[in-house]
Design a protein around this ligand. Structure first.
Ligand SMILES: C[S@@+](CC[C@H](N)C(=O)[O-])C[C@H]1O[C@@H](n2cnc3c(N)ncnc32)[C@H](O)[C@@H]1O
Length: 304
């Protein structure tokens, strides 16, 4: 059963029936920007950091680094208790808080549970007038529940969304053989055994993602845009879900905002547990899911 609730992430973890375990968690919290985030729900309104012409408030992103850490650590601990063996947590942050949270997560999950990080460059281009390099990426940290379970995490590396083309130079230098079916390949001998690699299956996707623009989620002209601030593109979540979960898995996003993770989970045949402490987030996510024909139980609100 899919579940959506207006509640603090910690309360969701505390109140769920004990048998519910998360096979994959995506958490996209506030980043410590120091502002109120507002939505664009009508033409003429602006979205993002609150201004005079902004739409309704969506959530507070006022906490400084220390407060954000103090808010997130107990919630991450509660989420970890709910993670199943083989589950991966994806924690999406930006340059403001990612370093402190990496250290905090190493303490919480164990340094050996760190699975790596993705640098997502959404193609926003240069922003702001401050000196120095413009910040054009966000960072997604990945953790197993504990170090001993690192080898058990789900990773569907053959999924086409997790493959990329070989570099042109590599193709011309190494893929010189052609098989009976006309497929280009290279052969490598490792430990006396020959392995064949086909050009058309590509190579494993790397950890720097530049092929998923934020634009598709964030302009009113695009189908998936809801007007909720900091909405993530469905393709980003699709790649994450395809990488680290199987059909029928339970996917949790307890700071779900506009419900991107939940919408993608439903489309890919996963179940979801969604929550957010913003009433506007739950309203937007509910409408979005209903418009897609997704059925879910709206659990009683724990926030008033
Ligand atoms: C960056 S937005 C998430 C955007 C979302 N990924 C999307 O695609 O729309 C962060 C969300 O975290 C929620 N939030 C912040 N603190 C929370 C908490 N303690 N419990 C539940 N939700 C929280 C906010 O209300 C906000 O909707």
């Amino acid at each position: 059963m899919n579940l959506l609730t207006l509640a603090d992430a910690q309360d969701v973890c505390a109140r769920l029936p004990p048998e519910i375990r998360f096979d994959l968690v995506y958490l996209d919290p506030p980043y410590g920007v120091g502002t109120t985030m507002s939505a664009r729900l009508a033409p003429g309104q602006t979205r993002g950091s609150k201004k005079l012409d902004s739409g309704p408030d969506a959530y507070e992103d006022r906490e400084d680094g220390d407060e954000l850490l103090a808010m997130l650590v107990p919630r991450l601990a509660a989420i970890r208790e709910r993670m199943a063996v083989g589950a991966t947590l994806y924690l999406h942050l930006d340059h403001r808080a990612v370093h402190e949270l990496k250290v905090a997560c190493d303490r919480l999950f164990g340094r050996g549970a760190f699975l790596g990080e993705v640098i997502w460059a959404p193609g926003n281009g240069s922003r702001g007038a401050r000196k120095g390099f413009s910040v054009t990426h966000q960072t997604i940290l990945m953790y197993a529940r504990r170090a001993e379970e690192k080898g058990l995490v789900v990773y569907n590396g053959d999924d086409p969304m997790l493959r990329e083309s070989f570099a042109e130079t590599s193709l011309s230098m190494h893929f010189r053989n052609v098989d009976e079916a006309g497929r280009r390949y290279r052969e490598r001998v490792v430990g006396g055994k020959a392995y064949r690699y086909y050009a058309d299956t590509g190579r494993r996707l790397g950890s720097i993602w530049t092929d998923i623009p934020a634009m598709v989620a964030n302009t009113p002209l695009r189908k998936e845009g809801t007007g909720y601030p900091t909405q993530k593109p469905e393709r980003l979540l699709e790649r994450i879900l395809r990488a680290s979960s199987r059909e029928g898995a339970t996917v949790a996003d307890l700071m779900c905002g506009s419900g991107t993770t939940l919408a993608v989970a439903a489309r890919l045949g996963r179940r979801f547990v969604g929550g957010d402490r913003s009433p506007l987030a739950i309203e937007v996510a509910s409408k979005r899911l209903s418009a897609q024909g997704v059925t879910f139980e709206a659990a009683p609100a724990l926030v008033t």
